[in-house]
Design a protein around this ligand. Structure first.
Ligand code: ZN
Length: 480
């Protein structure tokens, strides 16, 4: 039988506000355990939560970006459950009136499937703490620093049919939130985490099978592996006459399998009730308009503009717009130097190399557009050739603080040599030092020309102007 995989996603995204959702504790990642908390976020009796206005602003920005209807009048609810990382024994969330509903995200997968993923709702809530299990297996230590860090949870409809679609959707969310500047979306630090609800059904059937939920998977690779494993597990179970049990499963990426964790709760198990300590929130038309007008140009919009305005190849535009920081460096540098093509060349050849080979992250690039533009001006004025340019670029890219390109070139004696007489003399001495190769050329082996170019460049420490070397060499070869 042919099986179809049906999936829906719940994605938790930590918002990068400076302080927590209901108190003024810092949201900073890490820190010594239990140092970023107070009586409010640890749920001491008698304390009162107050909604951080910035959280609402960031959340509504996300709702608008994902094409949702913003709920003008929304409320918080208490979700009751006991867990050691949740000292209050309830989580403040939104069940009845989430702030955003009925949105959609358009995706295109690498194999060319374009579709719209429907968003059921997005709600605001607070994060729980973390449990650190002792490596000796005899104790667990709660760290409440993460309690009360603001989250939005994006709940999709069950519109996914492949792991590829899931990854394309997550990549689109990640990029949108990065461009919005509302989250640092680092999956490895848990600031974006996905729960996958998965069921299988005979291909062509319109009924849903029983689903399982895999929680908090934190990398694209792990998600692909988890989906492949869990769908296969369910198919094998059904084909051998078994039934799938509705449950929450934990994905163990090291073991490469999902393990039953607990039976899946339904909403009623949480005994939700309206949060009595926080008044309902009214979102004004002015606020929605203001935040709609302030939406940034997103990656897919930039991509189209780069292709149309700069004639950039689509694949190149995809790389540059894949990071807000790279796109910004490209745009500002181009504005200053007026040469998009040259800017793309150095980003793709050098910066991408540093990113791939040396693990440089786009957000950690310190090279300023001003320095980058000055460097391009120097290359275009022929003061250094491209080969030397690579050395200079590297020194500039990794320098800290006040690196002066001009000074570096002068001090290291890197200026391009375009002295025809000097180049001619050098070529003649290369001929004199390689009589055998000269004989080969005379015998018709023209491919040795490359060797002469290489030797001449080497003798001039790579600084000669390639055009001039080629021109003079052609003349001198005729004189042989
Ligand atoms: Zn606090």
């Amino acid at each position: 039988m042919n099986w179809e995989i049906v999936m829906g996603l719940e994605v938790h995204v930590e918002l990068s506000t400076k302080t927590k959702i209901f108190c003024s504790c810092t949201t900073e990642f890490g820190g010594a355990p239990n140092t970023h908390c107070c009586p409010v976020c640890t749920g001491m009796p008698g304390t009162l939560p107050v909604l951080n206005e910035k959280v609402l602003e960031y959340a509504v920005k996300a709702g608008i970006a994902l094409n949702c209807d913003i709920t003008r009048y929304n409320k918080f609810d208490r979700k009751n459950y006991f867990y050691p990382d949740l000292p209050k024994a309830y989580q403040i969330s939104q069940l009845y009136l989430p702030f955003a509903r009925d949105g959609h995200v358009d995706i295109t997968t690498p194999s060319g499937v374009s579709k719209s993923i429907r968003i059921h709702e997005i709600h605001m809530e607070e994060d729980a703490g973390k449990l650190i299990h002792s490596p000796y297996g005899d104790a667990t230590f709660p760290d409440y620093n993460r309690c009360g860090v603001p989250l939005i949870e994006i709940v999709s409809e069950p519109d996914f049919r492949s792991a590829e679609e899931v990854v394309a959707y997550l990549a689109k969310l990640k990029s949108s939130f990065e461009y919005l500047g509302i989250s640092d979306v680092k999956m490895e630090e848990g600031s974006m985490r996905a729960d996958v609800n998965l069921s299988v059904r005979p291909y062509g059937s319109s009924e849903f099978g029983t689903r399982t939920e895999m929680k908090n998977i934190n990398s694209f690779k792990a998600i692909e592996r988890a989906i492949a494993f869990e769908s296969q597990r369910q198919i094998e179970l059904l084909e051998s006459g078994g039934t799938v049990v509705q449950e929450t499963r934990r994905w163990d990426d090291n073991k490469g399998k999902s393990l039953a964790m607990r039976s899946k709760e339904n909403a009623q198990d949480y005994r939700y009730f309206p949060e009595p300590d926080i008044p309902p929130i009214s979102i004004s038309e002015e606020m929605i308009k203001e935040l709609t007008d302030a939406q940034p140009e997103f990656a897919h919009e930039k991509l189209e503009r780069y292709v149309a305005d700069f004639g950039m190849a689509k694949a190149d535009a995809e790389i540059i717009t894949s990071s807000k920081h790279l796109a910004s460096l490209f745009e500002k540098t181009t504005e200053l130097c007026g040469n998009p093509k040259e800017t793309v060349y150095w980003i793709l050849s050098q910066i991408m190399y540093f990113m791939n080979e040396r693990g440089v992250l786009p957000e950690n690039i310190t090279l300023s557009p001003e320095k980058f533009a000055r460097f391009i001006g120097i290359v275009l004025s022929d003061r250094i050739n491209r080969q030397t340019g690579k050395t200079v670029f590297e020194a500039m890219f990794f320098a800290d603080g006040d690196f002066d390109v001009e000074k570096y070139i002068v001090e290291n004696n890197l200026e391009q040599v375009d002295d025809t007489d000097l180049i001619r003399e050098t070529i003649k001495s290369v001929f004199a030092a390689n009589p055998k190769t000269v004989e080969q050329y005379k015998a018709g082996q023209t491919k040795v020309t490359g060797f002469f170019v290489g030797q001449t460049m080497k003798a001039l420490k790579g600084k000669a102007k390639p055009d001039t070397v080629n021109k003079v060499l052609t003349e001198e070869l005729k004189n042989l």
